[in-house]
Write a protein that binds this ligand. Structure first.
Ligand SMILES: [Zn+2]
Length: 301
């Protein structure tokens, strides 16, 4: 990727260095790493329904007993100053990619006569307190619809490599995916899915989660499509990195790695094939209208 060329976003808050590990909590709409962490730790396996979180996290005390003992990263971070942090590769990268999402989504929204309201992104280490409760890094990057913020512990990028998804475009896809959850929030999709999830079975709720996640993958593809057209920010091999990442974080891949037999009813983010398919759909066509995973599955929101 030629990400160095990109302008740096100013919508980044730096809270790194302030947190310490907190117990795993239910998260926002993450990429599915929460599940890996859970499997590895041997704790909850499919307790994560990203959208239900908001119902529970409204109160100040959080989700579980003992919330008082949780310490997130310092609540008030500082605005990230990219120009003063040249050596901070991870910060520079996130800042550049977020800048690309801002410029591209602003243009896409404008083409529909709408105005894009960009999300803030919080960089943290180990743990962070968010509008969706206190979250540990083990949960992976996530978007919290309640405060419209994306949360990323940049150590996660190393984790991604370990998971067999190396490359800068793999990381850009992660950011593009989280920004896509923000788009869904702006569109009112997150709210609709959430309200539907309250009324259905666990299996059906998981299915709605999968459709939400696949749509986010598709939107990430749409973003990459238009950003490429505008800036030629991709180099040879980048698309493969993105597609590989989509497969490595597919629910079936993660389950198999954890020694379990994948079954569709357990999925919350989609199989490797589905994630690749929808990411490709967005990449190829650059059309948000083609990302209606819900209609495709016969679900009306
Ligand atoms: Zn997601």
């Amino acid at each position: 990727m030629r990400w160095q060329q990109g302008r740096r976003s100013r919508n980044i808050e730096d809270r790194r260095g302030g947190g310490r590990a907190a117990p795993r909590r239910k998260g926002g709409s993450g990429m599915g790493f929460m599940m890996t962490a859970a499997l590895v730790v041997g704790g909850l396996i499919f307790g994560v329904n990203p959208m239900t979180l908001l119902n529970l996290a409204g109160g100040a005390s959080g989700l579980t007993g003992g919330a008082g003992s949780l310490t997130g990263g310092s609540a008030g971070g500082v605005q990230y100053d990219a120009s003063a942090s040249q050596d901070d590769q991870a910060g520079q990268f996130v800042s550049s990619i977020l800048g690309y999402t801002e410029d591209t989504w602003t243009k896409i929204f404008a083409s529909y006569g709408a105005q894009y309201k960009a999300p803030k992104l919080v960089l943290f280490s180990k743990a962070v307190s968010s509008g969706c409760g206190t979250q540990s890094s083990a949960a992976g990057p996530f978007y919290c619809p309640g405060d419209s913020q994306i949360y990323i512990d940049t150590d996660f990028f190393r984790e991604l490599q370990k998971m067999g998804a190396p490359g800068d475009f793999a990381m850009a896809y992660v950011i593009g995916h989280e920004v896509a959850h923000h788009i869904q929030n702006l569109e009112g999709i997150s709210m609709k899915v959430q309200s539907l999830q309250r009324r259905v079975s666990k299996v059906e709720s998981n299915r709605l989660s999968v459709l939400t996640e696949l749509q986010a993958d598709c939107y990430a593809g749409v973003w990459a499509h238009h950003t490429q057209k505008r800036t030629q920010f991709l180099e040879e091999g980048d698309l493969e990195e993105g597609l590989n990442a989509a497969a490595q974080i597919g629910d079936d891949t993660l389950l198999r790695k954890a020694g379990r037999t994948p079954h569709e009813s357990m999925y919350t983010h989609g199989s490797a094939a589905q994630r690749q398919q929808w990411f490709t759909e967005g990449l190829r066509n650059g059309d948000v209208g083609r990302c209606n995973t819900f209609r495709d599955a016969g679900v009306s929101l």
